[in-house]
Design a protein around this ligand. Structure first.
Ligand SMILES: Cc1cc2nc3c(=O)[nH]c(=O)nc-3n(C[C@H](O)[C@H](O)[C@H](O)COP(=O)(O)OP(=O)(O)OC[C@H]3O[C@@H](n4cnc5c(N)ncnc54)[C@H](O)[C@@H]3O)c2cc1C
Length: 427
C-alpha cells in the first residue's frame, strides 16, 4: 500500500515536537494507559490533573490511529436518542446517559478552552441530512426528543438545508448546534502536549505485549523490553486492539473508513458550499460525512472495503458521492486519500470492561469517538482517582466475544454491498 494512503490532510510539517517521548523509570505508577489516541490521552490528562502519576505507551506514533485520521466532526450524542436510552437502561442510568450523551461535544470544546489548545475549530453545528421521507420523520423525532430537553437543535426544511449545505438531493434535516469541527490531528497532538505538561510521561514505539499481576500490581511489558509497574492499566486501543487482552479484539467489528480531500475550492464555489462551516452526515445506510477544512477543501468520508486499499480506485465510491452531492465540483482535483479503522460493537454502544481489578478496557467508538472518547476519558480518569464506579456512564460489562467473529469480513462485505444497493434505489 502506498505510504501516502495513511497520510491525512491534517498532517503538516512539524515545527517543534509536542512532547519528549519518555519512559518512567523505577517507581510504581498510578496508571499505565495503553494507546495514545484521544481516549488514552484524555484519560491521562484528566488523571494527571487529579494528581495521579501516569504513563502512556503507544505502539507507533501519537495520532497514528483513528484519532489523527478522522474527519474532525465533533458530534454529541450516541447512536440512540434519549427515549431509547431511558427505556433500555431504566430511569436513573438512562437519564445519566442522556446527560452524558449531551455533553460529549462540550468535552472537546471545553478542553480546548480550558487547556488553551492550539486547535483550529468552528462550532457552528452538525447537520444530519435526510434524503428520504423516512429519514425526515426520524429527524423530526430526534429533534422533538432533544428539544424537549433544552438542546440547541433545529429541524431544517428543504430550502434551508439546500442553503446551508449547497448540496443536491436532501428533503430536509436536523441541525445540532452543540456540534462543530476541529482539526483532529492537532487536537490529538495538543492533548499530548498538555498531558506531558501536566506530568504524564508519553512513550512512542512501545507496543505493550504482556500484562501480568504481581503482588497486587500490574506489570506491563513492551516489545522493546521495557517493564513498568502500576496500580491500574487502561487499554485505550479501540479499533486497533490486538491480542494483548484475550478475547477483547473479538468483541468488536473493526471497519475501514475512507476519506478524500479536494484541492482548496475556488472562491465562487466555496461561498455556496457549507457557508456556515457545519459538518454533515447523510441518512444513507452507508453513511457519507463531509465538511470543509480550515484551508477550504472539501473533506468527505464513507465506509471502505475491508481489504487494505491498493490504489486510488479504492476511493472511487467517495468521489462518486461527492459529485452526486456537488456536481459543480467535477474537475476539482482530489489531492488526498486516506483511511483508518473504526470499532463497532453489536449493540452500537461503547463497552467498558474491568475483567480484573485495576485492568480497564474501553472499546467501541462506533465511528463517532472524537467527542465520545474525550468525554469517556475524563470519566475513566475520575474512576481511577476515586474508585467510584458511578463516575462511569456505562455499566462495566464482561468481555463477550462476538460469535463467528472470524467470519466478520465476509459478513461485513455482504452487508455493505446490500446497503449500497438499497441506497442506490432510494437516490
Ligand atoms: C477515517 C475516519 C474518520 C472518522 N471520522 C470521525 C468524525 O468525523 N467524528 C468522530 O467523532 N469520529 C470519527 N472517527 C472515529 C474516531 O476517530 C475514533 O472514534 C477515535 O479517534 C478513537 O480514539 P481512540 O483513542 O479510542 O483510538 P485510536 O485513536 O485508534 O488510538 C488507539 C491507539 O492504540 C494503539 N495501540 C494498539 N495496540 C497497542 C498496544 N498493544 N500497545 C500500545 N499501543 C497500542 C494504536 O497504535 C493507536 O494509536 C473516524 C475514524 C476514522 C478512521
Amino acid at each position: 500500500m502506498p505510504a501516502a494512503f495513511s497520510d491525512p490532510i491534517w498532517r503538516k510539517p512539524q515545527t517543534a515536537p509536542a512532547f519528549q517521548s519518555e519512559l518512567s523509570a523505577g517507581s510504581t505508577l498510578d496508571a499505565v494507559v495503553v494507546g495514545g489516541g484521544i481516549m488514552g490521552l484524555s484519560t491521562a490528562l484528566h488523571a494527571a490533573r487529579a494528581g495521579l502519576s501516569v504513563q502512556v505507551l503507544e505502539a507507533g506514533a501519537i495520532g497514528q490511529g483513528a484519532s489523527g485520521l478522522n474527519g474532525g466532526q465533533v458530534i454529541p450524542g450516541l447512536k440512540y436518542d434519549p427515549e431509547w436510552l431511558i427505556e433500555h437502561f431504566g430511569k436513573a442510568r438512562g437519564e445519566a446517559l442522556v446527560d452524558f450523551a449531551a455533553s460529549t461535544a462540550d468535552a472537546v470544546f471545553d478542553v480546548i478552552r480550558d487547556e488553551q489548545l492550539a486547535v483550529p475549530f468552528t462550532r457552528n453545528g452538525w447537520i444530519q441530512a435526510a434524503h428520504t421521507e423516512t429519514a425526515l420523520r426520524a429527524a423530526a423525532d430526534r429533534d422533538r426528543q432533544w428539544r424537549s430537553r433544552g438542546a440547541d437543535v433545529k429541524l431544517l426544511g428543504r430550502a434551508e438545508i439546500a442553503a446551508m449545505t449547497g448540496a443536491k438531493g436532501y428533503l430536509g434535516g436536523w441541525l445540532d448546534r452543540r456540534a462543530g469541527v476541529i482539526d483532529p490531528l492537532s487536537y490529538t497532538m495538543e492533548l499530548a502536549r498538555v498531558a506531558a505538561g501536566a506530568g504524564v510521561k508519553i512513550a512512542e514505539q512501545q507496543r505493550v505485549v504482556k500484562l501480568s499481576k504481581e503482588a497486587g500490581l500490574w506489570r506491563v511489558s513492551t516489545q522493546s523490553g521495557a517493564e513498568l509497574r502500576a496500580k491500574s492499566v487502561v487499554l485505550a486501543t479501540n479499533a486497533y486492539t490486538d491480542g494483548l487482552l484475550p478475547g477483547l479484539a473479538q468483541t468488536i467489528v473493526p471497519l475501514h473508513s475512507f476519506q478524500i480531500a479536494t484541492a482548496p475550492l475556488p472562491a465562487d464555489l466555496a461561498v455556496s458550499i457549507l457557508p456556515g462551516g457545519q459538518a454533515v452526515s447523510d441518512s444513507r445506510r452507508i453513511l457519507v460525512y463531509y465538511r470543509k477544512s480550515p484551508d477550504g477543501r472539501m473533506v468527505l468520508g464513507g465506509r471502505g472495503r475491508m481489504a487494505l486499499p491498493s490504489s486510488a480506485a479504492d476511493w472511487a465510491h467517495c468521489e462518486r458521492a461527492l459529485l452526486r452531492l456537488y456536481p459543480a465540483l467535477a474537475g476539482i482535483a482530489i489531492e488526498k486519500r486516506w483511511f483508518g479503522r473504526v470499532a463497532l460493537t453489536p449493540d452500537h454502544l461503547p463497552h467498558l470492561h474491568e475483567p480484573e481489578k485495576g485492568l480497564l478496557a474501553v472499546v467501541g467508538c462506533q465511528g463517532r469517538g472524537v467527542g465520545l472518547m474525550s468525554a469517556l476519558g475524563k470519566r475513566i480518569a475520575s474512576y481511577l482517582a476515586s474508585g467510584d464506579a458511578r463516575q462511569l456512564p456505562f455499566p462495566l460489562s464482561p468481555i463477550q466475544p462476538i460469535p463467528f467473529h472470524a467470519f466478520r469480513r465476509v459478513g461485513v462485505a455482504a452487508m455493505i454491498t446490500w446497503y449500497r444497493m438499497l441506497d442506490a434505489f432510494e437516490r
